[in-house]
Design a protein around this ligand. Structure first.
Ligand SMILES: [Zn+2]
Length: 239
């Protein structure tokens, strides 16, 4: 499904009702579609079709022309779906929602709220004070509400709408700022400090200690102890 269709469906469901989606899909992209044809294709009465079309018409989403049927003497209406208007309206509604959400977010983050433990009411500080921090319905003491989850969900909604508004199809005039290629990062390779191999550490440490030990005459103690491998250390210790 194209993004274009997604937008139209979302819009129509919201402002005209789910039942109208099928009708819109039928006439979208065409011009002057007879309401009788629509009724026939959707297998509903002309009155039902008109009811749906009026819902669209009240939002200026369809235009019509009428022609007199010469044989029958009545007017037949031919309808055209206004795609451009649909997009404008979609944008308008999204932006309005965004504005409301931002206001809500502001009042949630800046204010404190008090709720009845039984769920009767939720009041801001000012109103809670008016009621002496008691539920106006049941009289229970109001509890300060932790609205952090509420805030998170509002923020999520805002993010979603911003994403919807940034889709290329909708924001035609805007060009997406492309991220500058960051190719110079590999310089970080200096960073990987690998754990020094055990051998190296053992070698380094002893060098410091041995420096003092080396001063010790190695040959003298050798006499007492026949083992030739470890004599150096013991000799140094003796001194
Ligand atoms: Zn209550």
């Amino acid at each position: 499904m194209s993004l274009d269709s997604e937008i139209v469906i979302e819009l129509i469901e919201e402002i005209a009702g789910k039942d109208v989606v099928e009708l819109v899909e039928l006439i979208k992209g065409k011009k002057h579609v007879s309401e009788f044809k629509i009724a026939e294709k959707l297998n509903i009465t002309v009155n039902q079709v008109r009811n749906m079309l009026y819902r669209l018409y009240s939002h200026n989403l369809v235009t019509f022309i009428r022609k007199k049927d010469k044989k029958k003497g009545w007017y037949i209406y031919y309808w055209t779906f206004d795609q451009r208007r649909a997009h404008d309206l979609y944008l308008k509604i999204k932006k309005e929602k965004l504005g409301l959400l931002k206001k809500r977010l502001e009042s949630e983050t800046e204010g404190s709220y008090f709720a009845c433990p039984s769920g009767c009411v939720r009041l801001n500080l000012e109103n809670a004070m008016e009621y002496d921090f008691k539920c106006p319905d049941c009289g229970k003491v109001l509890e300060q509400e932790d609205n952090s989850k509420r805030i998170v969900s509002i923020e999520k909604e805002i993010t979603e709408i911003n994403e919807q508004l940034s889709k290329p199809y909708i924001e035609i005039p805007k060009k997406k700022p492309r991220k500058k290629p960051t190719k110079k990062k590999p310089a970080k390779r200096k960073a990987p400090k690998r754990k020094p191999s055990k051998r190296k550490t053992t070698k380094r440490k002893p060098t410091k200690k041995k420096s003092t030990k080396r001063k010790a005459p190695k040959r003298k103690p050798a006499k007492r102890k026949p083992t030739k491998k470890k004599p150096a250390k013991r000799k140094s210790r003796s001194k």
